[in-house]
Design a protein around this ligand. Sequence first.
Ligand code: UD1
Length: 339
Amino acid sequence: MKTVLVTGGLGFIGSHTVVELIGRGYRVVVADNLTNTRADVLDRIATITGTAPVWANVDLADPVACGALLAGHPELDGVIHFAAHKAVGESVQKPLAYYHNNFGSLVNLLRFVAERPRCGFIFSSSCTVYGQADTLPIREDAPVKPAESPYGNTKQVGEEILRDAARAHGLKAIALRYFNPIGAHPSAKIGELPLGVPQNLVPFLTQSAAGLRGALKVFGNDYPTRDGTCIRDYIHVVDVALAHIYALERLLAGKGEQPVEVFNLGTGTGSTVLEVIQAFERATGVKLAYEFAPRRPGDVVAAYADTERAARLLGWRAERSLDTAMADAWRWQQSLPKA
Ligand code: UD1
């Protein structure tokens, strides 16, 4: 049985990945200090899978605590590193907290992996590294554009840290650049738990539909797109989770061709904000109140993935539709307390 450390394993994408790993017979060790989630996610994972993963409540940016955790698990075959701060706006207010946490945890984990090059390493990156790409769909060799926020910078520099460490220490690693993960587990037992007012489209939309927020504000309707609203590549979180397992299996099979390989995780299809709203209404039968509002600073016009590389080298493709993702997100929202 192979053992995988999943950092941030109680978070949105992490928890879905833990479920899929357990379902495929992996033994999972979760490291999560509940910065942006709740301990009962562990019970929910156990309800879905019938297995409670080992959980360590550890601040990975603390080198002593991180070192102790890793020393206690010499059996690891892989590390999937999700744990990171991820709010764009907050990162502008608290850049040092973002750099301390996101770089500290990455460096501490890599120090361990550097001593055990057999251990595969998967890093959560983001399509934010492309900024407004010059060509669509976006291929992995598109240039990395200057980061718009400290959060975005932690993803760009995180990839560089990974590349330097992999070259120097003979590691095998993969960086996965997520487009827009949405949806929830079909059981509605796990999903996204944004603190406060959601900044991302789909959690705001479902909370708005549930009557917890005002009307959804659509940021900008004068973009040069088919209906004037921004285009993104929304991908079901279960598809994103599965891609991590394909990536890990590529590393464990010794198939990695470079010290760090980079893959886009998207569907390849861009949807406008209005198309997302239509998909929600179609999938749930619920009518959504929305209004147009000014553009949000920092938003790019359009981003969607070229998925050929992931299909060819990982053998992975997103399979779940936007409508399925909206239905699952809505079922999850309805399972949450009304307050
Ligand atoms: C955002 C971040 C990105 C980060 C990702 C993580 C910004 C500028 N980008 O991506 O760096 O990696 O989250 O999840 O913050 N929208 C509305 N009304 C809303 C919310 C969003 O119209 O209330 C629109 C946005 O203008 C955008 C689309 O919905 O066109 C998607 O927005 P969002 O879910 O925040 O994702 P990104 O901006 O793509």
